[in-house]
Design a protein. Structure first.
Length: 362
């Protein structure tokens, strides 16, 4: 993640909506991958350093977003919020704060995808190949499972509750569980469809990850009934990755996004060089190893658990390389044929708790 600078000279961060130094409002401009200060007046249109923009409706009305959209856009919602299909029931007072946490993690995901040059196509524009999110809490009538099915990512709102999430992490014996990690994992399933299945790269995928035609429901059942296999880390980035080739890919994809975002942040503070865009895969891995050793040591100095509870063995490294190549090729292809489709109508997010989905992948 980049570190941004306000026009007043102060350092500002991705999640800020006000500069603590000059008290001007701030917004992120996804089409510029930059932040700008502005002074809002009575009109909708705001002057930023990159021209005229408007606040996302989830910024101006709900206070859960800090992104802007070009003043000329027909949309009400920013690039990240317009991917929402279902948002939490805001009649439930506790839900707003959890939703705010969730949207912050989601915007960070979209930032990563944008900065890696991956196409972010909304389901509202392309029902077959697009991406959408259902963010909702379980109710008496509906148990919400976090997962992915045909481009629709569902997130159980309780994952935004730190105490609940830690309880789940401990009960599943996981070493890492975060909101951002969930988004990066689930979007990995989406990109498996787009970057592996669509172009028919099944054979090269299977050579590294195994045959994804193995019964998925049976594989997950076995995974949850057997408990952790102590030797999993030899071949898999996480215990969950060992459950099924689809999960292995989603975990590896999420890991690659962890790496790229963290390396970018490290570069911004002068902890990693040279810029990642000019580095080859081996250079990236060398830098990543050096950085994560330091990162964990810093945490131990503060009496905290390791920030990076993973190890990348040679087989895992080859899987990460596979993802690296897929993303590099997708970026090159997206540059040649931009996928920006004009929506027939602006998508709207609906508050509902009644919709049920079939979850293909957890
Ligand atoms: Zn400022
Ligand atoms: Zn927004
Ligand atoms: Zn999964």
């Amino acid at each position: 993640m980049r570190v941004f600078q306000c026009e007043c000279g102060a350092t500002i961060f991705f999640n800020n909506s006000m500069c603590l130094s000059c008290s001007r409002e701030l917004g992120f401009l996804p089409d510029q991958l930059d932040m700008s200060a502005f002074t809002a007046d009575a009109s909708d249109v705001i002057e930023t350093k990159h021209g005229q923009y408007r606040k996302c409706a989830n910024y101006s009305r709900e206070g859960v977003c800090n992104w802007l959209l070009p003043a000329s856009s027909d949309d009400e919602l920013c690039q990240a919020c317009r991917l929402n299909n279902v948002i939490p029931d805001l009649n439930e007072p506790a839900n707003r704060e959890l939703w705010q946490e969730t949207e912050l993690a989601k915007r960070r995901l979209i930032y990563s995808l944008d900065s890696l040059g991956l196409p972010v196509l909304a389901k509202a524009d392309d029902a077959e190949h697009g991406l959408a999110f259902d963010i909702k809490a379980s109710t008496e009538s509906e148990r919400v499972l976090t997962g992915h099915a045909d481009g629709l990512i569902t997130l159980n709102l309780s994952e935004a509750d730190a105490a609940q999430r830690e309880k789940m992490r401990l009960s599943l014996k996981e070493r890492y569980r975060t909101l951002l990690g969930h988004f990066r994992h689930e979007v990995g399933h989406y990109f498996w469809d787009r970057l592996v299945a669509d172009p028919g790269k099944h054979e090269s995928f299977r050579a590294l990850f195994g045959d994804e035609r193995a019964d998925y429901a049976e594989a997950l059942k076995a995974h949850y009934s057997k408990g952790p296999n102590p030797g999993f880390y030899q071949e898999f980035i996480s215990h969950y990755a060992a459950s099924h080739p689809w999960e292995d890919f989603a975990e590896t994809f999420a890991h690659y996004l962890h790496m790229m975002d963290t390396l970018e942040t490290a570069e911004q503070y002068g902890f990693a060089t040279p810029p990642r865009s000019t580095r080859d895969f081996e250079g990236l891995m060398t830098e990543w190893y050096r950085l994560t050793v330091a990162l964990n040591s810093l945490n131990r100095s503060m009496g905290l658990p390791d920030a990076y509870p993973f190890s990348i063995t040679p087989p895992v490294k080859e899987k990460v390389r596979f993802v690296h190549e897929l993303i590099r090729n997708a970026r090159a292809a997206a540059k040649q044929t931009p996928v920006k489709a004009k929506p027939a109508s602006s998508p709207t997010q609906t508050q509902t708790q009644t919709q049920t989905q079939t979850q293909a992948q957890a």
